[in-house]
Design a protein around this ligand. Structure first.
Ligand SMILES: [Fe+2]
Length: 449
């Protein structure tokens, strides 16, 4: 099943590149985003949603991890009774400025990718089984020519499947006229993550990793003990995540409310039987104290409405977009549900522009559990369907990573039993400020590019 020391999936997928090569220190293709941001198409359409490519003809809305990993590995995971995986967003290295060279930008992304590679290598079959990318794989505009520098090269040694939902930068488009983009939105994402067959990527140059075969830009990954429902929250940078027309406010023909409701209904019986956890992943955070990228109230409302309709709620919600780590607890029907923002995966680690509320602040049904962490890093999640642990570990350039936060949820009781790196929680979330219904933490902060 394997090629040399690298895994090969049942469809002859290739993950880690068998060649050992040094990391790059300069981009193969220089990013020209300034021209994109000033293009007539972008300037005219930057506050509008983009169309959502339909699901591949004949494809189901969900995929099974067993179709991506060697059978003996899936058997070993099932026998062990638990699964681990990585998640983080906003990995693409593209941020070059007067104060940051291309080499530094590349090294920051490489530090995160290399730490994830080290996890896989050191833990073997019992370690992370895959990486679920939370969007913004490629900056600043997710075009094909940047996939090598920002995705294939940094993750060339990551010997596991990488699934992804797109972020706003993956879907952003530009063009020399105001009426049509140069290339359709998500064209490169589709060819690299939603291909019909796991063939070599036209954008990977000599790197062996094959493209992924997700059915659409929004889909569910069924793995042993956990299903991850991935949503696509469109291209707005400061306007928040959008998965529906929001009562006709956005001209989205293909909204994701039916998909989300039906997927929750499909998974409900196994969730209620304690056989699998349900995680929702969406690039824009419904809750955030960072900005531009503040919480998306409309997105939260849409997700909640689907959960209510299906009669089942997620065990955790993961987002990126804000370039830092944040963890909230939402109390839903008496259950404690972590809402985590993990968007410091390599592009930037950016503090809020305005002071964030202190850890412990409770607003409405949610509580900010830790002070936001402004460091590059990534999540490792582990679940046996009875409990779920999520850990945030830093990946500093030239340094050693540290676990700075961790949460464990008892999924049977819907209670957080460990909160903070190794700190036992009383299991409660006592308000430290009076709840204000319907309000959110401050949402003003920084910049985007
Ligand atoms: Fe983003």
């Amino acid at each position: 099943m394997s090629t040399g020391t690298s895994l090969s999936g049942p469809g002859n997928q290739v993950y880690a590149d068998p060649k050992v090569t040094p990391g790059e220190n300069a981009f193969q293709v220089d990013n020209t985003s300034d021209a994109y941001y000033n293009s007539p198409y972008y300037l005219r359409h930057k506050n509008q949603v983009q169309p959502i490519p339909p699901r591949r003809t004949g494809a189901l809305p969900y995929i099974n991890l067993a179709d991506y990993l060697p059978g003996e590995m899936v058997t070993a995971i099932t026998k062990a009774g638990k699964i681990s995986f990585h998640a983080v967003g906003d990995t693409g290295a593209a941020k070059v400025s007067k104060t940051q060279t291309a080499g530094t930008a590349i090294a920051k992304e490489a530090a995160v990718a290399n730490a994830m590679v080290a996890d896989v290598r050191s833990s073997g079959v019992g370690g992370p089984a895959f990486f679920f990318h939370l969007g913004d794989v490629v900056y600043n505009f997710g075009e094909a020519q940047y996939y090598y520098d920002q995705f294939y090269e940094p993750f060339r040694e990551y010997d596991r499947p990488i699934f992804a939902i797109p972020g706003n930068h993956d879907g952003m488009v530009f063009g020399p006229s105001s009426t049509a983009p140069q290339v359709p939105t998500l064209a490169a994402f589709l060819s690299n993550f939603c291909a019909a067959a796991p063939e070599p990527s036209p954008d990977a140059m000599s790197i062996a990793r094959t493209v992924m075969t997700q059915p659409a830009v929004y889909f569910t990954l069924d793995a042993p003990f956990v299903s991850i429902i991935g949503l696509y929250s469109n291209v707005l940078d400061t306007g928040g995540g959008i998965i529906s027309s929001q009562q006709g406010h956005f001209p989205l023909v293909d909204d994701q409310l039916t998909f989300l409701t039906e997927e929750l209904q499909r998974l409900k019986a196994k969730r209620q039987a304690g056989e699998r956890a349900i995680i929702i992943a969406v690039h824009h955070p419904p809750l955030s104290v960072d900005a531009k990228t503040g919480g998306s109230g409309g997105l939260m409302k849409d997700i909640d409405s689907c959960c209510k309709k299906a009669g089942v709620w997620p065990d955790a919600l993961l987002s990126g977009h804000a370039h830092l780590y944040q963890r909230f607890t939402r109390t839903l029907n008496g259950r404690q549900v972590p809402y985590v923002v993990a968007g410091s995966g390599g592009y930037a680690a950016t503090p809020p522009q305005q002071a964030a509320p202190p850890a412990g602040t409770v607003i409405g049904d949610h509580k900010l559990e830790v002070d936001p962490i402004i460091e590059f890093g990534y999540l490792t999640l582990t679940t046996d369907a009875k409990s779920l642990t999520m850990s945030f570990k830093t990946a500093p350039r030239g340094g050693t990573g540290t676990e700075l936060d961790s949460v464990t949820v008892n999924l049977v009781q819907g209670r957080i039993v460990v909160s903070g790196a190794g700190i036992q929680s009383s299991g409660g979330t006592k308000p430290t400020t009076p709840p204000k219904k319907g309000s959110h933490p401050p949402t003003k902060t920084t910049r985007k590019r």
